[in-house]
Design a protein around this ligand. Structure first.
Ligand SMILES: Nc1ncnc2c1ncn2[C@@H]1O[C@H](COP(=O)(O)OP(=O)(O)OP(=O)(O)O)[C@@H](O)[C@H]1O
Ligand SMILES: [Mg+2]
Length: 236
């Protein structure tokens, strides 16, 4: 089979601002692929465009072999794409379980119960806190909830936008462990991160995004050893 996700020549603008400048990349089934880059590099813009919230002026996006440019975001969720947004954005007044149920909104009602069981299996912490409002959860638990919500639709491709943002180092480790567990359980993952060291150490492959352009790509382990990457993203 070809790539699960294939992006060719993506160009995205906010008015006069050219945020993503002709990038191409792909994610094969079963991979973890990471896009790393500094503030403003265009990582979120790229994810939002893949997930149908923004549009590329040029090129094409294929998901499972089909062109998806112009397909609305909700349709893409029901086709097997799920995104965990930057900053998590869980519904703070709602309980853990209500938040998870929201993640199945594009799916038939009959998928909710098995979805909850699957997600609670993946995140026992969420099961313990199912009746608690999301606003009372820690940052790491809110990140787990945002990931669990995305997993309720049982996606083929899970896209994560800076899951480590704002978390203490111990929680960052936990989140990355969970990412690896999800990957081992068969989920294909596109991971956007500023934490290049963690992201490259779990990724099969990575792309370096600099002011809207991909400047480097390769196996995660290789990028970790790259002198330019070390200087720019790994603190020397
Ligand atoms: N709604 C918007 N309107 C105008 N410009 C925007 C908008 N959103 C993003 N940009 C600009 O597009 C560029 C890419 O932003 P983007 O949010 O994709 O970067 P990022 O790599 O996700 O950064 P961060 O790591 O800070 O989240 C930046 O120059 C940013 O200022
Ligand atoms: Mg961002």
């Amino acid at each position: 089979m070809g790539a699960l996700l294939q992006v060719e020549n993506m160009n995205v603008y906010y008015g006069a601002i050219h945020a993503v400048k002709g990038i191409s990349f792909h994610v094969d089934e079963g991979e973890i692929v990471t896009l790393i880059g500094a503030n403003g590099a265009g990582k979120t813009t790229t994810l939002q465009t893949v997930s149908g919230l923004l549009h590329s002026k040029t090129g094409s996006i294929h998901f499972m072999g089909e062109p998806i440019g112009g397909v609305p975001a909700a349709k893409l969720v029901s086709r097997g794409m799920a995104q965990v947004p930057e900053g998590r954005r869980v519904f703070l007044q709602m309980t853990v379980e209500e938040n998870l149920e929201m993640g199945a909104y594009t799916q038939p009602k009959s998928t909710i119960a098995p979805g909850l069981e699957r997600v609670y299996g993946q995140f026992p912490r969420l099961k313990e806190r199912r009746k608690q409002t999301a606003g009372t959860l820690s940052g790491g638990e809110q990140q787990m909830l945002a990931m669990g919500r995305a997993l309720m639709s049982n996606p083929k491709l899970l896209m994560l936008d800076e899951p480590s943002m704002g978390l203490a180092p111990i929680l960052v480790e936990q989140i990355f462990e969970i990412i690896q567990q999800l990957h081992q359980a068969g989920t294909t993952i596109l991971l956007v991160e500023q934490n290049a060291r963690m992201a490259l150490s779990v990724a099969n492959r990575g792309y370096v995004l600099e002011t809207g352009r991909i400047t480097l790509s390769g196996p995660g382990a290789q990028l970790l050893e790259d002198e330019g990457v070390k200087k720019a993203y790994l603190g020397g």
